[in-house]
Design a protein around this ligand. Sequence first.
Ligand code: ACM
Length: 509
Amino acid sequence: MTGPAVVPRPLRLQQLSDQPFVLVAGIAVVAPDSAARQAAERLATLVGGSVQATAAPDAAAFRLRLLGPADDERYPRTDPAGGEEALPALPAGESDSELPAGAEAYRLHVHGDGVDVDARTPAGLGHAVTTLAQLLTGTSGGARTLPAVLVVDAPRFTWRGLSIDVARHFVRVADLDVVIDLMADHKLNVLHLHLTDDQAWRIDLPSRPELVRRSSGASVGGDPGGHYTGEDYAHLVAHAAARGIVVVPELDVPGHVNAALHAYGELSPSGRPTDEYLGIDVGFSRLTAALPATDAFLHDVFRDVAAMTPGSYVHIGGDEVQGMAPDEYAALVGTAAAAVRAAGKQVVGWQEIATTPLEPGTVVQYWDVHADPAPFVAAGAAGARLLLSPGDRTYLDMKYHPGYPLGLEWAGHVELRDSYDWEPATLLPGLPAEAVLGVEAAVWTETLRTLDDLTTMLLPRLAAVAEVAWSAPDRRDWEDFRTRVAALGARWDAAGLSWYPSPQVDWQR
Ligand code: ACM
């Protein structure tokens, strides 16, 4: 390994000298702009410093700067996944040390007198702090130092997500907070919550109180359940937002709806509630377009969840509906999408929705690598945006190898290198490269019962997917990645996180 181990790999990282910057106790973290405060506080905690609005010009300090309003206005501050604008290219003649284009870009300069951090948004400053955390050495005992480096960095994709199934097994708020922190450690910016499925409905919606009252008490196999109150959800949204992460809620329709049918009998042709289901089969439940209650249900639940969600996107599911005529499927997807749009949000759905008429800009999430890709490629060519979650690369609930105690294997076995060694732009032949919105890992929880189970499946593969999503193609190299990721194991150990020591890496522990 030459040079510092930063994951995901920055656009540029230049070692400036062999003289590290030595931290002193109580060092100033200077943040003149109140919008920089959150990043400054995270940094102060990291380095044992104190946040200040100013400091003496010659004092050693971390200096956090947000660019002025003229630059700032071009970039959204609060919703990294919501930015639609074309980002300006680097001006001709701009030197390699300039801040690159993009809302999340940052520049980090560690020199003899301290550290200068520049960004356009609080999210950009947050990424710089994450990089500093990885650069910091000597945490035990002696002086803590930062190597003298210039880091100039920006993400490749604006959507770098993690989807978590909180329906099959409930994931407590405190555990989701840990996962959100882990996402920030990898510069991910979208938390997709799969809130509903056959087994349970995990979010309390004001217009439909029976959903959580009747359908959230258990998890797969009879394990303990739970649900998020409006307050819980607001907490998660805020915890994520403070780390530059936007929450995208998914209510999965028109299949995967047994929990809804169990709560509201009017949604079934029989008029009676279905039985609770705590197994792991898929594809057996469905809404019915001809029932008068269905339309009202879809409008109510999507209006409610959109109202609770400050981010720009709501996910309507749409996957794995077996035995439904294409017209009825298209009608139900259309109703759900219209409800989301009526609430002022943009629509995301699993790849199956590509077989229905889509509004331009709809986000189609690719997942099942066994399916014929023609409809997704056609949708992308016609104006849809593709979010890539190929099951054999990014489904982090797949077993690492045959016989691994956790996870499933329908999409194959996914070792660290499988999660790393693939290229989003050429994954779906024929798809225009500009149709690729981003990359999202997914973790389904049929077999995952605890936070330890969850992080064991995420780590180290989340680091691999994060680098695919963040780093430019010419910055990605498996041999280089496997040496950098080796340093993260000790950090996960120090944080008390369970992880899988893939034999593909010589871990430093
Ligand atoms: C899915 O894995 N059914 C989206």
